[in-house]
Design a protein. Structure first.
Length: 220
């Protein structure tokens, strides 16, 4: 059994203690460290080399957004799951654009937290299609005109089929749903998703969805 190395980052020691109680008993989870702000998180991640970081956003000294950006720039970067009290907060969106694999609410159940950690290790985002659409709708009110030209330029380098797969991701569809709509195998869709991320320099399908929205490919 592969053990998932987990780093907890929150400025509230009670929150960290609660997370330790909820997650520390799982056989496949090893909590390798804790941090109270972004600066401590960067140092702890370098020392403990976690697979996943549970990251609060609002912290003193260095916030979780900046820490996420810096972590995801590192070679062999850990996956980051944002801890938040909001479904559609602008800072959550910025964290997702920076490469976070998704988010969980601070009042999530132990089962939901465990599922989130395990999902990102398996390469799956911690966002349901419904939440993805909610975040994208929220993003529409922020800097759309500024982002549209850049997004369209980046997506122009995709092949036609890759572009179709990207639009499916933008609509919140699963790989199986995209495969059915395009008459492809799921394995082929997964290959397209990997090539899209490589070509666009992205970390996960959440970033693909946001880029497709910025380009206006979901309009109409």
């Amino acid at each position: 059994m592969n053990v998932i190395r987990l780093l907890l980052v929150d400025d509230d020691p009670l929150v960290r203690s609660g997370l330790t109680l909820m997650l520390g008993g799982a056989e496949d989870i090893a909590i390798v460290g804790e941090a109270a702000d972004g600066e401590q998180a960067l140092a702890a991640a370098a020392q403990t080399r976690p697979d996943v970081v549970l990251m609060d956003i609002r912290m003193p000294h260095m916030d979780g957004l900046t820490a996420t950006e810096r972590l995801r720039e590192r070679p062999d970067a850990p996956e980051v799951v944002v801890l938040t009290t909001f479904h559609a907060d602008e800072q959550v969106l910025r964290a997702l654009r920076a490469g976070a694999a998704g988010f969980v609410l601070k009042d999530a159940t132990p089962a939901e937290l465990l599922a989130a950690v395990r999902s990102v290790v398996a390469g799956d985002p911690v966002l349901s299609p419904a939440v993805t659409r909610q975040l994208i709708t929220h993003a529409a009110a922020s800097e759309r005109d500024v982002r549209t030209a850049s997004a369209r330029s980046r997506l122009a380098g995709l092949a036609e089929r890759e572009r179709e797969v990207a639009v499916g991701i933008g609509r919140g569809s699963s790989n199986a749903e995209i495969a059915a709509s395009l008459f492809l195998s799921v394995a082929t869709v997964k290959a397209h998703v990997s090539r899209i991320m490589t070509k666009l320099g992205l970390n996960n399908r959440v970033q693909i969805a946001l880029l497709v929205h910025d380009a206006g490919l979901l309009d109409g």
